[in-house]
Design a protein around this ligand. Structure first.
Ligand SMILES: [Zn+2]
Length: 223
């Protein structure tokens, strides 16, 4: 069996996303790339997370052709493979329809810096894509157009959220942080009569990020 460890992680991250309430039913999809071969393990299409086994996970190549697997791969496979072809910093992708990020996708061109932690870890502005045609190359193109070589998250217009990591731990963390910030933003707007709530001063984000990265947590080797 190809990419057994990656298959297992695809199953586990789906269950974890379900536990955390950022996916439901069969919505959302997950993929991890193996660096050496460029092969990608991706969720199967339309199988509920608690029923998904490592045999159901599908292995595709960089073009999205099935290399191994008895199931059809996620309908959003072209989006995953397109992002991984074009961005070298991405080896794990988490795509969800989490509620508040999706609300933001209907009202704004980007999620502004509303929570300090999200701004520092994911970025000051989380871009919202143009509308992309689902399950086609077009939605992948809409995501890639909104990305930079350091992108960690993109909100998909009238659709959901996609996050990018070197592994699922990172990508899942970014999904949680963006959803948390989107919830505070939507509720802040509502509580403020629809006017923009107080934001993190954007010009301070870069400086704080440097400080955060050098002073947060314990020094390496002392954990
Ligand atoms: Zn979707």
């Amino acid at each position: 069996m190809l990419l057994e460890a990656q298959r297992r992680r695809v199953v586990e991250v789906g269950l974890e996303a379900l536990r955390r309430g950022i996916v439901h039913g069969t919505a959302g999809n997950f993929s991890e790339r193996e660096r050496e071969t460029g092969l990608i393990a991706i969720s199967p299409s339309g199988i509920p997370y608690p029923e998904t086994t490592i045999d159901d996970v599908v292995i595709v190549d960089a073009q999205g052709n099935v290399v191994e697997g008895k199931r059809r791969p996620s309908s959003e496979t072209p989006m995953h493979t397109m992002v991984m072809r074009q961005f070298d910093h991405v080896d794990a992708i988490v795509h969800t329809h989490s509620h508040f990020a999706t609300v933001v996708s209907t009202i704004r061109p980007y999620l502004p810096p509303i929570l300090t932690e999200t701004s520092l870890v994911v970025g000051a502005r989380i871009p919202v894509t143009r509308y992309g045609l689902t399950a086609m190359e077009d939605i992948g193109e809409s995501v890639v157009e909104a990305m930079t070589p350091a992108s960690r998250a993109v909100i998909m217009r009238n659709h959901g959220l996609i996050t990018f990591g070197q592994n699922f731990d990172q990508a899942l963390l970014y999904s949680m942080l963006v959803e948390e910030a989107a919830e505070v933003y939507v509720q802040g707007l509502a509580a403020n009569g629809g006017r923009e709530p107080n934001l993190v001063p954007e010009e301070l984000v870069d400086e704080m990020t440097v400080r955060f990265n050098t002073s947060y947590g314990q020094p390496a080797g002392e954990r």
